[in-house]
Design a binder for this molecule. Structure first.
Ligand SMILES: Cc1cc2nc3c(=O)[nH]c(=O)nc-3n(C[C@H](O)[C@H](O)[C@H](O)COP(=O)(O)OP(=O)(O)OC[C@H]3O[C@@H](n4cnc5c(N)ncnc54)[C@H](O)[C@@H]3O)c2cc1C
Ligand SMILES: Cc1cc2nc3c(=O)[nH]c(=O)nc-3n(C[C@H](O)[C@H](O)[C@H](O)COP(=O)(O)O)c2cc1C
Length: 561
């Protein structure tokens, strides 16, 4: 807490800064505040700074690469390593370590950083020689904000490592905070540690530009039959330039706000569509900015809080759409629209797994998209991106970037593959089967598929049957939850097939799981553990260790969302 006089002095200077500048200042102060020299700082310091990044969609890699570049500019010796390349035995000889890591799942580290994260948490040897810092990326829209970074910071302290500076906690708009934190860090390093002569030791590429590809929506087909409770669409995109992808990859799309919403917002903001507004250092007409760049749906509670501060109103801690916020708590006449724009986050891209195969669907890319539908206090609502995507008319133009999922890829052609997917979780497996079919792969394939209703929700049924008949698919196992004859969920089906499933696993088959976390996360893993426990005649810990080893060896991979 600040004394009232100090707080008043601070409040007096705040209005002169833009939102970007305030974000920068917050990171800068965090750096300075955390940078008080520690009493036990080692007297002699190895001049190398190791940066380890753990990422799912590339943001942490980008932050880590920028940090490495800035440190190198400041004549520091830097080693940049992806978490999955980092060898735990290096830790004992590190003197300065910066971990840049995002949070995924429900407060978990990214898949490629899991082994690094687990090693730190299982480690008993202390690291008193180590000075460290953490940059945590996350989103306040999740309950466990930046949890993976927080866990690493806590664990490094437990291991007696010394923090160089306070952890950076980065929300969706991570860049200004990360930049300011880097500024603070450089200042601390300059005070504490003399720079070494220039040297470069970069272990991975520092270029992370997400190349944009353009596409035309050629086909849109509802995959459910009349009477289904779902709305899952098969989309085909025509591509003038095909990305170099492999089955298991996804694409990232930035959805757009619809024109009706933009019109309503313009009215509440009391501006016209052509009013120039500034966002991320670029001036553009209000209508295109509101349509393509700023997130106006389901604002995070921190944005709502900032708006409450801006207009001096008492707004409950909640999340709501910008339209409702401006309607219920109108922008006072003396405040202008730019002040509201300054508070908004950019629209986050959404990922969709590619359902087509490079060798089977040349010049095209297919997606399997479920229109997300959920109930709120104000009635039934639909997901922002899935609504936008499934409501695009054929012929619509869109752009996307490729998201390669390093830990979720089609295994070598002679390896056996067990695919376990529910709902849209079929997408990567359609891609894998089509690729194996087109290339005459020799590995055997087994597909497990689950959905609500056999009659209305058996996606790609004709193709699956054809692959089964022609021998591309050796086994097909189906579970439908609302079937008349046999009501099954995926875990029940796995347990029913336990004997054969174990034979496949035991003979070295790859095990891949895809779909919504709620159905395909814990319930499926619990069933697999139960089978392993039974077949290996071991206890829960033994089964967990076995599955963990499969994952480490790349034989067990999951794509959960
Ligand atoms: C690696 C990966 C692969 C994926 N592959 C696929 C795929 O192949 N097919 C597919 O369909 N999806 C896929 N997804 C999921 C996809 O990226 C999106 O998350 C999904 O389409 C929902 O996004 P949305 O914008 O439609 O929903 P959002 O608008 O982001 O809403 C998501 C959830 O937030 C909550 N919410 C949003 N607004 C409100 C509100 N106003 N009030 C209360 N709650 C609210 C609801 O719980 C809602 O279900 C994948 C995700 C990942 C990470
Ligand atoms: C499926 C999914 C789950 C996420 N879970 C969390 C979470 O639990 N906590 C959090 O703070 N952020 C969460 N995030 C937000 C990401 O951490 C954030 O977008 C971050 O910038 C991603 O960085 P990366 O590209 O380096 O992985 C999640 C994002 C996705 C797509």
């Amino acid at each position: 807490m600040l004394a009232p006089a100090k707080l008043a002095a601070l409040q007096q200077i705040i209005p002169q800064y833009s939102r970007e500048e305030l974000l920068w200042i917050s990171g800068y102060l965090a750096g300075i505040a955390g940078g008080q020299p520690t009493t036990s700082a080692p007297a002699v310091l190895n001049d190398q700074i190791s940066i380890v990044f753990g990422t799912e969609t590339g943001n942490s890699k980008k932050v880590a690469a920028q940090l490495a570049a800035r440190l190198k500019q400041a004549q520091r010796k830097v080693k940049l390593t992806s978490a999955d390349q980092y060898k735990p035995e290096w830790l004992a000889s590190e003197q300065q370590l910066i971990v840049v890591i995002s949070t995924q799942g429900e407060g978990e580290p990214p898949v490629q950083a899991k082994a690094f994260y687990d090693h730190l948490h299982q480690r008993s040897e202390t690291l008193p020689q180590l000075r460290y810092a953490v940059v945590a990326l996350g989103s306040r829209s999740y309950p466990l904000f930046c949890q993976a970074g927080i866990d690493i910071d806590t664990q490094l302290r437990r291991l007696q490592a010394q923090p160089i500076t306070a952890m950076a906690l980065c929300d969706d708009d991570y860049e200004p905070v990360a930049t300011a934190w880097t500024d603070g860090l450089l200042q601390i390093l300059a005070q504490q540690i003399p720079a070494a002569p220039p040297a470069v030791a970069v272990a991975t590429s520092t270029t992370d530009a997400k190349k944009q590809y353009s596409a035309t929506l050629a086909v849109k087909q509802l995959l459910n039959d009349t009477g289904s409770r779902q709305a899952v669409y098969h989309l085909e995109l025509d591509l003038p330039e095909e990305p170099n992808y492999t089955p298991g990859n996804a694409i990232g799309l930035v959805p757009q706000n619809d024109t009706a919403t933009v019109e309503k917002l313009l009215q509440l903001l009391r501006i016209s569509g052509s009013t120039p507004l500034l966002y991320k250092g670029q001036q553009q007409p209000a209508s295109s900015l509101l349509q393509q760049q700023v997130s106006v749906h389901y604002l995070s509670s921190s944005v709502v809080k900032k708006y409450a501060q801006l207009i001096g109103a008492d707004i409950p801690d909640t999340r709501l759409d910008l339209y409702d916020l401006l309607r219920i708590y109108p922008l006072p006449d003396e405040l202008n629209a730019q002040l509201v724009i300054d508070l908004l986050n950019p629209i986050s891209p959404r990922l969709y797994t590619i359902a087509s195969a490079p060798n089977a669907h040349r010049g095209q890319l297919h997606l399997t998209v479920a229109l997300d539908s959920f109930s709120t206090n104000s009635g039934q609502r639909q997901g922002f991106a899935s609504r936008w995507l499934t409501h695009l008319p054929p012929g619509a133009q869109l752009s996307f970037f490729l998201h390669t999922q390093k830990n979720f890829q089609l295994p070598r052609s002679d390896k056996h593959l067990i695919m376990i997917g529910r709902g849209t979780g079929i997408a990567p497996f359609r891609s894998m089967l089509a690729e194996r079919d087109a290339t005459g792969a020799t590995g055997r394939n087994w597909l497990f598929f689950a959905e609500e209703n056999f009659v209305t929700d058996f996606y790609y049924q004709t193709e699956i049957q054809a692959w089964h008949e022609t021998g591309t698919l050796q086994q097909v196992s189906l579970a439908f939850e609302k079937n008349r004859q046999r009501q099954l969920q995926m875990p029940d089906l796995l347990l029913l097939e336990a004997d054969k499933l174990w034979q496949w696993i035991d003979s070295g088959a790859y095990l891949m799981v895809s779909g919504k976390k709620e159905y395909m996360g814990k319930p499926v893993e619990d069933a697999l553990l139960q089978i392993i426990q039974q077949k290996k005649n071991t206890d829960t810990a033994g089964a967990q260790a076995f599955l963990k080893q499969l994952q480490k060896d790349g034989l067990y991979a999951r794509e959960l969302y």
